[in-house]
Ligand binder design. Sequence first.
Ligand SMILES: Cc1cc2nc3c(=O)[nH]c(=O)nc-3n(C[C@H](O)[C@H](O)[C@H](O)COP(=O)(O)O)c2cc1C
Length: 365
Amino acid sequence: MSAPQPVSSAVSIADLTALAESKLDRVAWDYYRSGAWDETTLARNEAAWRELEIHYRGMVDVSRRNGATTLFGRTVPAPLLTAPTAMQKMAHPDGECATARACSAAALPMCLSSLSTTALEEVRAATTAPMWMQVYISQDRGFTKSLVERATAAGVEAFAVTADTPVWGIRERDMRNGFRVPDGLRIVNLERPGGPTGHTGVGIGGALSWTIDATLTWKDVELLASWTPRPILVKGLCRPDDVRAAFDSGAKGVWISNHGGRQLDGAPATADVLAACCAAARGRGPVVVDGGVRRGIDILRAIALGADAVAVGRPILWGLAAGGEAGVARVLEILRGEFDLAMALAGVRSTDEIRALGADLVHRR
Ligand SMILES: Cc1cc2nc3c(=O)[nH]c(=O)nc-3n(C[C@H](O)[C@H](O)[C@H](O)COP(=O)(O)O)c2cc1C
């Protein structure tokens, strides 16, 4: 048998993806990688970034560069954070705490999924960087209110409420595999007193079906905002009118996302709707974008289209599977390094400069 490949030898997110595939069992790999139905949105998310050409500037002194940005009053060294992904202990026994420690070392924000396999307080204690939390507003509003209050007390700095999941999307690989939450893993933050702790349903649905609610409307964003003084972002938007509605409902930020192509297949790639959504958000609060970001140049492209920060979902899972905390650290290091290099090669020195150049710097082919 050949010796295990260290994560430090991975030079790209693609290398770490291959390493993760070699380590994960087929069912977990399929759960993490898959998208809804024909996976067209999943594929488009990655392809659409690559279609954006960067019209770099020459003869600019780029010897000093700074990728820092400010999100809700906290300055972070790069416009990069981790997207919320369910069940990180399926990728590595250290799960969400490994992600948190890697984010802490890099001083980058982490957004925890409410479907985490580690209690939110434990994750909060593992990072000194900003920690955000994703929430589904459940059918049991009282439960979600107490979860948000608990998270606020624990020091969660912002909440991302997911808007693209009125019902669970269909991932056919999971159906074929009969995917269920593995024995021994618990969706700890969503255990209700007297409720089931096992998750016997097929897919993530089953016993967790009460955690989402098909009746949600913008009124529920107002309700959520009344439960916490912390800023709320609405995650999973693709339309400028929804961006405006989110701010009108009390959100302080928006997150352009299609859930990594796992909900409505046929939804547009986030890169294709970002500029219009950023125009609708202008001056009202930060715009985060995720979906298919696999290179630092994608971060530059997103900032040029008007985003304030970029989130990555699967790359973090691949890093985690490949090497726990060290793997996540390597993912962050690669993306940050590539972003810095992309700034230099594009003739820009700061995120403000990228944003100011905007459509002058990045054009669709
Ligand atoms: C395995 C997996 C689990 C996810 N779980 C959640 C979740 O619990 N809540 C949520 O709002 N989004 C969830 N997402 C969506 C991510 O937050 C993010 O929008 C998406 O992964 C971004 O695309 P990318 O994976 O191409 O970076 C999940 C995505 C994946 C791949």
